[in-house]
Design a protein around this ligand. Structure first.
Ligand SMILES: Cc1ncc(COP(=O)(O)O)c(C=O)c1O
Length: 484
């Protein structure tokens, strides 16, 4: 057995971890896992997850900030990660009834869970209130519903207000979520508190989650929330926490130059209409309009030089021009706990997806298509393509093999079920049963959009810890078997 990265040259080389290479070397184990759990199978390394948790904790501890980290479990459905987050002393951000219920069953409680869902159903709210879970408020209908349920239960609901519409360079940042920043004070004073309509809401915090990946926008949003918290305090609403949501950037790629080169070559290929880079010449956001190149790369920014803890540090170090102190010092002087809800970035280097080759064929254009026992929904996000070179484990690898360019195709009856839109160069045409490995898929890629179309089984998720040097199938546990 031998394994290789696709695109030995001119590729998009993913950052990998030693544990991944240990698995690629062990083709027998991969065969066994696929035989046992089916294809594709998602493998999760809990040690990587734990390391990421520690790094974020250190950021806050080194600054002496009161803090809470909630793992945003929407990024990955697995129970094992929730249990591990709780065991590592962080919390979990839940966004549906089932996410909340399962997190409670796995050991979550009023201190470790938060409910931030975009749509809040009555059963979700009841469950949260019965367990004293803080709820993040999005709109006034929701406030009324939560207030009436809390009243019925004879309790006060701990809530935070989600804030949006922050001013950045004198422009308002649009979001469909939350209360406009200019409305928070008048709304709260008018409706929330003793002898008011929303007397059963106990406002304890502010929350925001921004689209996009600007540290400056997040830093200004945080700064605005600190000022808002101060004003609320002077109006009789002591704010104890500010939760700045998720969206901390992650870096997937080893070389910036490859990222720059890919963008250049893609644009050139769209301009020349030569389909040399992507399936059927798809521009991944670029297109020709009236003879001119239009649009922009419509994918996640897979290469970033500022990501993870550096991204977070930039926000916490930021001092906006209206203040003498940076965000960290202002949080401390107001005695406010800072909270974050990272999903994707906490899952960095935590997961890979292994899929079995089912067939090879040449299409009418003479292109090699390699069919995998997998479908497009099992590696899909809002990004137009997953721009990381896969690895391939060959069972037989004759030394005189010829290089070949392929597209990996999936099992749906859709022409567009092409798993990676990029053409991948391999050192040899794979055979049936060879294994293709997709790297760093735990955050959103594995199963965020997974469907059961064609009645295909949902992919299995298996968990393990890195610490055993010679892994065997008994070191892995299937996620649905994980309990408290
Ligand atoms: C409210 C909220 N918190 C946290 C997250 C997690 O974001 P990420 O996975 O990008 O860190 C999201 C993602 O959509 C969100 O909407």
């Amino acid at each position: 057995m031998k394994y290789f990265k696709g695109n030995a040259t001119d590729g998009l080389t993913p950052i990998t971890s030693a544990w991944m290479h240990n698995l690629f070397k062990d083709g027998e184990l991969l065969n066994q896992l696929i035989a046992q759990y089916g294809s594709p199978v998602n493998l999760h390394n809990l040690s990587s997850f734990e390391k990421n948790i520690e790094k974020y904790k250190n950021v806050f501890e080194s600054r002496g900030l009161r803090h809470q980290i909630y793992y945003a479990r929407k990024a990955n459905k697995s129970r094992g990660l929730v249990k591990h987050a709780l065991e590592s002393g962080i919390g979990v951000d839940t966004a549906s009834y089932k996410e909340l219920l399962q997190s409670l069953e796995l050991g979550g409680d009023s201190q470790s869970l938060v409910l931030t869902s975009a749509i809040k159903t009555t059963n979700q709210i009841e469950l949260a209130l019965q367990n004293k879970i803080t709820i993040i408020l999005d709109n006034s209908d929701e406030c009324n519903l939560i207030n009436s349920i809390a009243k019925k239960l004879g309790i006060k609901a701990d809530v935070g207000i989600r804030v949006s519409g922050f001013y950045v360079n004198k422009q308002k940042l649009y979001s469909r979520f939350g209360f406009d920043i200019d409305e928070v004070i008048p709304f709260t004073i008018k409706h929330v508190g003793k002898d008011k309509e929303l007397a059963n809401l106990n406002l304890t915090g502010l929350h925001f989650h921004l689209d996009g990946y600007s540290t400056e926008q997040r830093a200004l949003a945080l700064s605005s929330c600190i000022s808002l918290a101060n004003q609320l305090k002077h109006n009789g609403y002591p704010i104890t926490f500010i939760d700045m949501g998720g969206g901390i950037l992650m870096n997937y790629l080893a070389h910036e130059q490859e990222w720059i080169d890919f963008d250049y070559k893609l644009r050139e290929s769209v301009q020349n209409e030569d389909a040399s880079i992507t399936f059927n010449g798809t521009g991944l956001g670029y297109e020709m309009v009236d003879g001119k190149l239009n649009g922009k790369l419509n994918t996640y920014p897979f290469f970033n030089s500022i990501y993870g803890v550096d991204f977070l540090n930039e926000i916490l170090d930021y001092r906006d021009s209206n203040n003498d102190m940076n965000n960290t010092d202002r949080l401390k002087s107001e005695n406010i706990e800072i909270r974050i809800e990272p999903g994707r970035s906490l899952l960095n280097q935590t997961g890979i997806t292994a899929a079995k080759v089912a067939h090879r064929k040449k299409d009418s254009k003479g292109q090699w298509l390699v069919g995998l026992e997998m479908n497009m929904s099992q590696m899909m996000s809002s990004s137009a393509d997953f721009l990381l070179d896969p690895y391939i484990v060959y069972h037989n690898f004759p030394e005189d093999s010829d290089e070949v360019q392929v597209y990996f195709t999936g099992a749906y009856c859709l022409e567009r079920d092409v798993l990676l839109k990029r053409k991948i160069t391999l050192p040899k045409l794979p055979e049936r049963g060879d294994i293709v490995m997709f790297i760093n898929t735990a955050g959103y890629m594995m199963h965020f959009f997974e469907t059961e179309a064609h009645l295909f089984e949902l992919s299995k998720n298996i968990m393990f810890k890195e610490n055993s040097p010679n892994l065997n199938d008994l070191d892995f546990i299937e996620d649905s078997l994980i309990t408290k």
